[in-house]
Ligand binder design. Sequence first.
Ligand code: BMA
Length: 344
Amino acid sequence: MDTPLFLADRHALPQVLALKQKIERLSEKGYAFGHQDTTSYGVGWRHDQDKYTSDVFKVVGDFPLVYGFDIGQIEHQKDKNLDNVPFNDMRALIQKAHADGGIITISWHADNPVSKGDSWEVTPAVQHILKGGSHFRIYKEWLKRVANFLLSLKDKNGLLIPVAFRPFHEMNGAWFWWGNPHCSSAAYKALWGQTLLMLADEFGVHNLLYVYAPNLVFTEAEYLMNYPGDHGVDMLGLDLYQHGTAKAFKKILKTNVEVLKVIAENLNKPYALTEIGLDKLNEAQWWSEILDHTVVGTGIAWVLLWRNDSEKHFFVPYPDQLSARDFKIFSQMPHILFLSDKKV
Ligand code: BMA
């Protein structure tokens, strides 16, 4: 794939282009394994200074290649994110993952700037936070705090760490205030453009690769409904969870990956499954027979499994979990890239 010469942020730092090229290279070798909050906590443990681990590491002896984090609550200058991860720990874990050669991706479960409820509080807000709207100033203040955190992500030489940034995700669903039923596509696109411009031009954030990521779609048109345009997006994502049977999920996954691949190839952008998983993993062979079977050879850059909160909410096995054996087999497949695979 030839990397286009432009990035969504025209003043993006060289390390952002390097990140994009790394993502493109790895998708030619296979796909990377990613996990949300992998070093922040897992089933039955939380990160502390002397214990650097991950449920992925506990089961397979290796770390993911892609590390997901979420900055929800940074907009209020809180000490911890919405899942109780202290932002100071998060920064240190990002620095460590980056130093180890991992790829960092960040989402933002922002609170509702109008109602002050959480992301799932769907009082219409998007139209009010656009320039000229009644809540623009609040939004701008919140975005400044986002910018401050992103600009604090520096490596040991003081260089900014490049981040695949995935704001306002799953916008074609009804559950977030930025979702389609609660704002028009035009307003969503305006919010995307405004966010990018403000982060880059006003707050000087130039370490971001912008990822657009709808939830499950049925058609290309649906995928593109809120697409902010080629010049505002660097990478295409898609979020998809298994809610029904394995058979039904495989079919949906196959269709979605096909849609994503066709669009991404047309637009010449890398693409990934930016969230995926089966909560509680009650399928012993989920990794090899369901996930890999459908994703292998499709050019997907990564799969990012969602977080391991507790025995009631987890997407990656912990030791002795039903799918742990299969996960180990999956992790050893040569086309699935973990941190120690120095293939990229
Ligand atoms: C959701 C759930 C929530 C969590 C949120 C943000 O999918 O895991 O428990 O707060 O993501 O991480």
